[in-house]
Design a protein around this ligand. Sequence first.
Ligand code: ATP
Ligand code: MG
Length: 394
Amino acid sequence: MKEMIVVNFEEIFLKGDNRRFFVRQLKKNLKEKLADFGRLLEIERVRGGSIFIRVREPLDASAWEKIKERLRFTPGITQFYLVRSVAPEPEIITEAAVDYARGKIEDKPDFRVTVKRVDKHKPFTSRELAARVGAALVETYGTKVNLENPSWTLHVKVRPEQAFIYADVVQGVGGLPVGSSGKAYVLLSGGIDSPVAAYKAAVRGLALTALHFHSVPKTSPRSIDKVKDLARTLARIHGPMDVYFIPVLEIQQAIAERTDSKLRLILLRRFFLKIAERLGEDEGIRAVVTGDSLGQVASQTLENMHAIQAVTDRLVLRPLLAEDKKSVIRTAREIGTYDISIRPHDDACALFTPKRPETRANLSYVESQWARLDADSLINRALEKIERFRALPS
Ligand code: ATP
Ligand code: MG
């Protein structure tokens, strides 16, 4: 008997080169995610839409829980399960199934056995095998069979050289492995939305570096800790992630002194993108993810978004554009960022917010106000004071 973790990915969409990239990246990410299990786990092979991870010693419940937590949120995985692998003989399968069910079936009111034969040449049908295993379970544990709506299902998958026995099929987040779609910056504020936007971008296969703009010492350094905590939480899903902390107080002061107060927010956001553009020249990163959602606040209008992004030719991605706040909050809770995001903090943007911010910016007016600022030297000075932090999974 052998234990294995079977990890499934959706292979229907994957052809040729795409598939090679996908599998290579997913294997690499899996190795990284499971690194602290050392020699206990080993990626054995890839076949069809599955990656087989060999488990060298039987896993105790707490180790399996920990692995489950990691795999559940590994982009690219659609589902996974821990299997016992035995010889594909009915007696051996039945005996192994009875043993496997111990500790799992006793408290369940009913169950069913689902058999799938990958190897159609075996001298028994799926139904015969299911009946035999089911009968043995009833006899041993006294539990009832319920084919329609069972509270527990034991799966048997019969392959040519082995049979897999498993129960708990865990759903993953699907999507694409981080890194398989390229790199992007994510503008990470301390709010609820941008961590969710980062998560969605990671699930589409983007490898992310976070940029956070702050006004320390005018705002409290606690907001930096908050962003670090958010990044560590995101790192559980994304894998280790760099965060750059960029001071913008001087930029905000220049904006406040020299431009129309209605445009403060828009001009500051243009600096965010311009700084991302500058950093990306060295790092080869040409896309920026934000947590913008259309109409969520009065300033998130098409006109404003356009006046902001017109400062750069970089691709600005807004995964939350059409999402309502409720669904964003639900996702934030699922990924564990919500409780961190609602901790009070002072925002770099709030600091200079005018009484009546522009809601329908006019691009040529914004550009004329922008021209009053010496953007290049302001950006250079901000970049000199940039601080880097590597967020490891918390
Ligand atoms: P969030 O909850 O992500 O802060 P929001 O609904 O509060 O979003 P805004 O504050 O208008 O919206 O910000 C829009 C987007 O701009 C954010 O989602 C984020 O991507 C980016 N952003 C805002 N402030 C900052 C900041 N201080 N540092 C980095 N990015 C920021
Ligand atoms: Mg915000």
